[in-house]
Design a protein around this ligand. Structure first.
Ligand code: GAL
Ligand code: ZN
Length: 681
């Protein structure tokens, strides 16, 4: 059987059964090879405790399989049915205001409720036993979008008790906990475990060490709930893969941890939705926005999400389990999309490392919450734009398949960590900065320079990368500093961002000179740090860029072996270094003590990339993204105008026509060029 390539999220339970064979035939005609089913179908699959109704799903699976489609089954646990909630109301989660959330939408469960564990075990075991030997079923998606709709953290009594247990295991004694949290402050000292509650409804801000542990505990609770399902599926279904669908920059779960036990990760890409909802939070107010077509989303945001998601399993290929294929319903404007956009998104997914792309959803739904969301078919079953695009892409599938399994060629890694994110965003100090914004600034600058990036965990193997950028290693210890020092000594270039090494892993400020454990590595000491209000800027010495300024955040560095790359030329830090470079072993450690604005980043990358030996595969104008995956180069034009890119490689041919291309390649508006490398560069 060929591996799945393009697919669709299908809800047969939303349509009369007479329609199913027509749908299945139309899926085959559109060139689809995989269908995801059942992730919200619990009420139809188990109508009362232990009363399973597999027949309808068996018939849907059989019909689809007869058309050559492979099946991914979702475990239906995002939607516990009404009878279960009625019998065990304590399954319903409690929000941070102490209110119990109600039945009537989805994700209405607490991942620590014993009754929910029992019900989950029963439905997942029954479903696994029923489908483990079905040859059409190739894999499982566990639950759906863990944490979505603010459900990563539940404040109920089950969770409070589990939190105390988690803390007891972590700290052993209350003395250790009190010290790790700095509980002497404001008389927060505990002398009985029973006194500890989730951080909620406190009069003013709760203790950030307490909150950080609560976030970690909550994330661990969801990971443990996922593991409960994985253990059952591994036991019964050893021949079927296991994944779950992640959500880009969703911040409330440690996605590295969630990804570890899965066979591969998948994620849900809604480019116009993310551009409208998360995009603004990723840019500084005065950052230039890309002049891209209005219906494509923001390719820099989508690209950041792709690289972050691919990095959850260290750069391995992934799936897009829900790809937007028309307008959506949950953002602010939800623009209609134009012909060519679904194809462009599909190629973006593949260029960025996807092995399969599954479109959301088959047909626009007449009922309930998502009536205004499009599908490949319209409400009236007529093909919508997404379906027509698929027909047009059928001929391109052989080229699509030729990247399968290949790695994206990334010579640069960006390090991310969810505890750093939580700690940083709990006390940003300057409201203009957030953790993702900090990483995104570096990522977008690299993307504009045509340089593909893996966003990986801070304990990932870094040996394959020439340049590692770690903007936000806020919580650090000597072990981490030791690993990064070894990377540099072996010849790597490492960039540490502002506020690195500021805190200990339990969210207390280090008692060492800054940047704490990284001071030997950077060969520089932070003498002072300044949060700068809007309109205040410190000048920087850069002969090539007299306009360069530090804004938002500025750290003044003295030198202990490093050399200054940029120095403050005026303001309170005048004469101190802003960016330093320290030769260590065969490599170099760079410390950037300032907020990375577009201008400072351009200047830094112009110096850093050639020094680190990183050469982009192609140079392209703004709005055109460059990827290299396996032996292919992708040029994706998200603008409304023709664009020319300049290849840094010789001997490439158009993957569709086979014709050899020159160094300058034109990409039509909202279109892609796929080039096959004919010789290694
Ligand atoms: C996703 C979710 C889907 C559907 C979709 C609508 O976040 O997983 O079930 O709600 O959004 O865009
Ligand atoms: Zn709970």
């Amino acid at each position: 059987m060929r591996s799945p390539l393009l697919g669709v999220d299908y809800y047969p339970e939303h349509w009369p059964e007479e329609r199913w064979p027509v749908d299945a035939a139309m899926m085959r005609e559109a060139g689809l090879s995989v269908v995801r089913l059942a992730e919200f179908a619990w009420a139809r699959l188990e109508t009362a405790e232990g009363q399973y109704q597999w027949e309808w799903l068996d018939r849907a699976v059989a019909l689809l399989a007869a058309e050559g489609l492979q099946i991914v089954l979702g475990t239906p646990t995002p939607t516990p049915p009404a009878w279960l909630i009625q019998a065990h109301p304590d399954i319903l989660p409690v929000d941070a205001e102490g209110r119990r959330r109600n039945f009537g939408s989805r994700r209405h469960y607490c991942s620590n409720a014993p009754a929910y564990h029992k019900a989950t075990r029963q439905i997942v075991t029954a479903m696994a036993q029923h489908y483990c030997d079905n040859p059409a079923v190739v894999g499982w998606q566990i639950d759906n979008e863990f944490g979505c709709h603010d459900t990563a953290r539940c404040y109920c009594d089950h969770c409070a008790a589990a939190f105390r247990e988690w803390l007891r295991r972590k700290y052993g004694t209350l003395d250790a906990l009190n010290e790790a949290w700095g509980a002497v402050f404001w008389s927060q000292t505990y002398d009985d475990w029973a006194q500890i509650a989730p951080p909620m409804l406190t009069v003013t801000q709760a203790n950030p060490s307490h909150v950080l542990d609560w976030y970690r505990f909550s994330s661990d609770s969801v990971a443990a709930y996922q593991q409960l399902q994985i253990d059952i599926l591994r036991q019964h279904c050893p021949g079927q893969f296991i994944t779950t669908n992640f959500m880009g920059t969703f911040p409330d779960l440690d996605s590295y941890r969630m990804a570890a036990p899965l066979d591969f990760i998948s994620w849900d890409s809604y480019p116009t939705g993310y551009a409208e909802s998360s995009g603004p939070a990723l840019y500084m107010a005065d950052d230039p926005r890309p002049a891209v077509a209005y219906d494509v989303g923001d390719p820099y945001v989508t690209g950041f999400c792709h690289d972050l998601m691919r990095g959850l399993k260290a750069g391995a290929p992934f799936w897009v389990m829900e790809q937007q294929a028309g307008h959506i319903n949950w953002a602010s404007v939800n623009p209609a999309i134009r012909p060519g956009t679904v194809r462009l998104w599909t190629w973006h997914d593949l260029a960025a490392g996807a092995d399969a792309v599954v479109y959301f959803r088959w047909r626009a739904c007449r009922y309930a919450q998502e009536q205004y969301h499009s599908g490949l078919l319209r409400h009236d079953a007529a093909p919508d734009l997404g379906y027509r695009e698929l027909l047009g892409m059928k001929d391109e599938q052989p080229v699509m398949r030729s990247v399968e399994g290949a790695r994206v060629w990334a010579e640069v890694a960006l390090l991310a960590d969810y505890s750093d994110l939580w700690a940083f965003d709990l006390q940003p100090h300057n409201c203009a900065v957030t953790y993702w914004r900090h990483l995104f600034a570096y990522h977008a600058a690299l993307t504009r320079a045509g340089v593909p990036v893996d966003v990986v965990a801070k304990d990932a193997d870094l040996s394959r990368y020439r340049l590692v950028i770690a903007p936000g290693l806020h919580l650090a210890d000597d072990a981490l500093a030791g690993r990064l020092t070894a990377y540099v000594q072996a010849g790597g270039w490492l960039v540490l961002g502002a506020r690195s090494g500021f805190k200990t892993p339990t969210n207390l400020v280090t008692d060492r000179p800054l940047p704490g454990p990284f001071r030997n590595l950077t060969g520089a000491t932070v003498e002072a740090w300044h949060s700068l209000p809007p309109g205040i800027a410190y000048g920087l010495t850069d002969p090539g860029r007299p306009d360069l300024k530090a804004t938002v955040w500025a750290e003044g560095l003295s030198l202990d072996g490093a050399r200054a790359v940029l120095t403050y030329s005026d303001g309170l830090l005048a004469g101190l270094a802003a960016v330093t470079q320290h030769a260590v072993g065969r490599g170099h450690a760079v410390y950037t003590g300032l907020w990375p604005t577009t201008a400072t980043l351009e200047s830094l990358l112009r110096w850093l990339l050639p020094n680190a030996g990183v050469e982009p595969a192609a140079l392209a104008p703004a709005g055109v993204l460059v990827y290299r995956r396996g032996d292919f180069i992708f040029l994706l034009n998200f603008t409304d105008a023709n664009a020319s890119a300049w290849l840094n490689v010789r001997d490439a041919a158009d993957a569709f026509t086979g014709l050899v291309v020159g160094r300058e390649v034109t990409v039509p508006p909202r279109d892609v060029r796929v080039l096959r490398l004919l010789a290694a560069r």
